[in-house]
Design a protein around this ligand. Structure first.
Ligand code: JFZ
Length: 478
């Protein structure tokens, strides 16, 4: 067992193990007092040495991360990430064939043998990297995060670490991530790889976690080999063979919350291969050393309406909020619970007002096409964001706390007041630190306002039709 795994590294249990001796008290009977004192000193010395060893050992596994100082490139990438505000999340894998989400292996309690039939049916002849990247761009999205492998462990890329991958197991036989990466570079979109640490297929994912079922794997396996060779090996491939990558979006640690995931080692590997790559873990916990972004699944930062996120919101790291266009991540043929363009626009505005990005998911079909219902909605959002983008891209959360009525964003000397749900003609806001020098509607039109020690009162024009967001632009004075 590794030192850092033991709870009592500095405790009795550990020392007893280390010395292999019985507890001190039992030595007293046969030996003289001076001997006891000496023995005690020896134990103390052993304790000190053991303590130092433990610190050194944990420095080895943890240290690089604990002392993690993000590189200049990384800090720059964080800024760019925050400026980007809107990303496309893509869940796509052999599970897409069954049209019932990405958890089907687990939900149907399939055996490995049964699930291994699926890749034979996966032949996305309509996959068109250019069409996907163009769609993201048309929607106003500035980055793409795609499943390089999900919990089924199936690599959607050309991996030499194992043949459980798209090139070797499917009739398609090609690497879509390679094509996507090249197209993203051509079109100036950043590409992030979702990577599941949880694996329902590899026998070395052992001891298994909370989502395990009897799927035919042996009851033994080499956890260290899984992490150090298999997982890190694949990450090395992803960070070596696809040009500059935005980062890695990790998921699945929650399956074994108490396990040693060798995080420091993996994080250091990523930052060593590409210092600017951002590590974005979906572990729903307080950010750990070495991580670059805090992401919230199906939630705004700190809200935890979904019940599994943390309420802690980092004031240091860029924030991201992920959500689905219908109710599903992976292609779900019966899910017609589409969010309207207006709902999606509000979601994006609320994310920005909470100082966060929105990562909006679509699950492409197994033939490589993206269904019309997604395409039309994304185009509508794109047209909208082309007009309102000034108040979203490159902003940070504004000075007024978000509320049901709306949110604020800020860029330089401008505060954007996003009025989302407010039916009265006057909107009162708390006092600003700086005097407001002027106010106008985004896109033109003067706005009347008054200000005094109590705050600011803005006269908001009535919403036109389905207008989602009325944006009042405040110019901050000296
Ligand atoms: C995870 C994945 O399981 C899911 O398939 C999808 O990829 C999403 C983006 O991330 O979703 C989770 C993860 C953890 C919990 C719930 C959903 N959880 O701990 O309750």
């Amino acid at each position: 067992m590794r030192l850092r795994e033991g709870k009592g590294v500095r405790g009795r249990g550990y020392l007893e193990n280390l010395t292999g001796e019985a507890p001190v008290a039992t030595w007293r009977v046969p030996v003289a007092t001076w001997a006891v004192a000496l023995a005690r000193r020896a134990v103390l010395l052993v304790a000190i040495v053991a303590g130092l060893l433990a610190v050194a050992a944990s420095a080895q596994t943890n240290g690089q991360a604990a002392n993690y100082v993000p590189s200049a490139e990384n800090l720059k990438a964080r800024q760019e990430f925050q400026d980007a505000k809107f990303g496309m999340f893509i869940h796509w894998g052999t599970y897409s064939v069954l049209g019932d989400g990405e958890w089907i292996f687990h939900e149907r309690h399939l055996t490995v043998h049964e699930y291994e039939r699926l890749p034979h049916f996966f032949d996305p002849e309509k996959f068109d990297a250019k069409a996907w990247v163009s769609l993201a761009k048309a929607a106003g999205m500035k980055y793409i995060t795609i499943t390089s492998r999900h919990h089924d462990g199936f690599a959607m890329f050309d991996s030499k670490v194992s043949d459980w991958n798209i090139v070797q197991r499917t009739p398609y036989g090609k690497d879509p991530l390679k094509m996507l990466a090249e197209e993203c570079h051509r079109q100036g979109i950043k590409l992030f790889f979702y990577y599941s640490q949880l694996d329902w297929h590899n026998p070395d994912y052992f001891p298994r976690g909370q989502t395990s079922w009897n799927n035919g794997r042996p009851d033994h396996g080499d956890w260290n080999a899984y992490l150090d060779n298999y997982m890190d090996g694949q990450l090395r491939e992803l960070l070596t063979n696809y040009g500059a990558i935005g980062g890695i979006w990790f998921d699945g640690m929650w399956d074994k919350p108490d396990a040693d995931w060798h995080l420091a080692k993996t994080y250091a590997l990523i930052h060593q291969l590409q210092p600017a790559a951002l590590i974005i873990p979906n572990h729903h916990q307080t950010p750990k050393p070495g991580e670059d972004v805090q992401t919230f699944e199906r939630d705004l930062p700190g809200r935890n309406t979904a019940g599994f996120n943390t309420n802690y919101v980092s004031d240091r790291l860029p924030l991201e909020s992920s959500n689905t266009l219908n109710g599903a991540w992976g292609f779900n043929i019966g899910d017609s619970n589409y969010k309207s363009p207006e709902e999606l626009e509000e979601m994006l505005v609320r994310a920005a007002g909470n100082n966060s990005n929105l990562l909006l998911n679509i699950g492409p079909m197994p033939n490589g096409e993206i269904q019309d219902e997604f395409v039309t909605r994304l185009h509508a959002v794109g047209e909208w964001v082309a007009r309102y983008g000034e108040a979203i891209y490159g902003t940070r959360g504004g000075p007024v706390a978000p509320g049901d009525w709306g949110v604020t964003t800020q860029k330089g000397d401008r505060v954007y007041v996003h009025v989302l749900h407010w039916n009265a003609p006057l909107l009162a806001l708390p006092p600003f630190e700086r005097k407001i020098a002027g106010a106008q509607m985004l896109g033109g039109g003067a706005v009347e306002f008054t200000q005094n020690g109590n705050g600011l009162v803005v006269k908001v024009p009535e919403a036109a039709g389905k207008e989602v967001d009325r944006v009042v632009v405040l110019s901050l004075g000296k």
